[in-house]
Design a protein around this ligand. Structure first.
Ligand SMILES: C[S@@+](CC[C@H](N)C(=O)[O-])C[C@H]1O[C@@H](n2cnc3c(N)ncnc32)[C@H](O)[C@@H]1O
Length: 371
């Protein structure tokens, strides 16, 4: 977003309290199905029979990121709503995995929490936890804070300052979601609801909580063009997942700016979900990787490995700016070779033996390597 677009968006948003607009809309939608918020999604029917009907009918997702979790994963679902994605993911990750749903809406949390024992009985284990938190501030455990506030009288600015100190301390001493603790962060139609002022924090939080080598798989509504200022102040359009939608390329850029790499558009609906003022709004699912590069080794060419890019493109560039030409040997450091042997790159490259005898001991083609 350039400075001019940022200023216009803020001006329009000044008259709209994004948090309370979103809270009011989803409090109502937790109690009663709101069909305007429903974007058709085909979930894997094998997982649906274990989920209560009231959760299935209050489905406000736009994609299915649970397709991209694996057995044993620790999964974090941002904006878990009635819990549907958590209940599906719980079955995919199985009893050796774990699922954490985070939402800041009391009514949505109540719906998810009262459905949890139904799902546990149906699948035979309980590996889910629903937590109260804001996804742009995943250190702050709002359930914990609710308990503290029951005891704390706030009658003056001094009381309020004391509370803010306690809140800061809570973030440090008992973060809701710890650094590097999650294999995969998923989210289904939520990020667009976050206030633009909080979006940099939001993506930083996503990056913070994912384990090195882990990933984010996010389904959200994106826009074919920047959403104009005239639509920004409309509460219905904002809480209805329209006005806060990123333009497609800006959505991808937000992952990159936070430090993610290896971005992939996994799904992008051809038919728009809605067209408002000529702008197409559609569902997109993006996967982004927290790529583990050993910084001390990334510039270390003393133990180079050699790789060949398979194609089909004539050449490609990675997120660090390295170019690989189809069919040609490229010398890379040991740390880059380690990265290239993991998803999403492993299927794109072939590790080849080079001239250096060191390669068999240290390079990617050694005994534990990929050849
Ligand atoms: C469109 S619904 C999607 C719910 C769910 N992911 C699904 O697939 O049905 C948006 C959800 O995100 C929650 N939400 C919105 N902004 C949030 C925020 N900043 N932090 C935590 N939850 C948020 C809302 O309370 C609501 O439950």
């Amino acid at each position: 977003m350039n400075r001019h677009q940022g200023v216009t968006m803020l001006t329009a948003l000044n008259s709209l309290n994004v948090s309370s607009t979103v809270r009011d809309r989803y409090s109502g939608a937790a109690l009663e199905r709101e069909s305007q918020l429903c974007c058709p999604v085909n979930y894997d029917s094998r997982f649906l029979s274990a989920i209560p009907q009231e959760v299935l009918e209050r489905d406000y997702g736009c994609g299915d990121p649970s397709k991209y979790v694996a057995p044993g994963d620790v999964v974090l679902d941002l904006g878990s709503g009635g819990g549907k994605i958590c209940f599906i993911a719980a079955q995919v990750v199985g009893p050796t995995g774990r699922v954490i749903g985070v939402d800041c809406n009391d009514e949505m949390l109540a719906l998810a929490r009262r459905s949890q024992s139904f799902v546990a009985n149906a699948i035979g284990f309980d590996n889910i936890q629903f937590c109260k938190g804001r996804i742009q501030d995943l250190k702050l455990d709002l359930d914990h804070l609710d308990n503290l506030l029951k005891e704390a009288a706030v009658a003056s600015s001094s009381d309020w300052l004391r509370i803010t100190e306690i809140v800061d301390q809570l973030r440090q001493t008992s973060p809701l979601i710890a650094n590097d603790s999650v294999d995969v962060v998923v989210s289904n139609c939520v990020l667009n609801l976050v206030n633009p002022d909080d979006r940099r924090n939001l993506f930083q939080e996503l990056f913070r909580v994912v384990k090195p080598g882990g990933r984010a798989v996010i389904s959200d509504i994106v826009a074919s063009h920047d959403v104009p200022a005239s639509m920004q102040g409309n509460a219905d359009l904002w809480s209805g997942c329209i006005s806060g939608a990123w333009r497609e390329n800006r959505f991808l850029a937000a992952f990159e700016e936070a430090g993610f790499g290896g971005l992939e558009i996994l799904e992008r609906s051809t038919t728009p979900w809605q067209i408002v003022e000529g702008i197409q709004f559609r569902s997109m699912t993006v996967r982004a990787h927290k790529i583990l590069i050993n910084d001390s080794g990334s510039q270390d060419h003393s133990n180079p490995a050699e790789i060949v890019y398979r194609g089909p493109w004539k050449s490609v560039q990675d997120d660090l700016g390295n170019t690989f030409v189809r069919g040609e040997y490229s010398s890379v450091s040991k740390s880059i070779a380690d990265v290239l042997q993991r998803p999403p790159y492993a299927s794109e490259v072939i590790c080849v033996s080079g001239q250096s005898p060191d390669l068999n001991d240290q390079g990617c083609c050694g005994p534990a390597g990929c050849c």
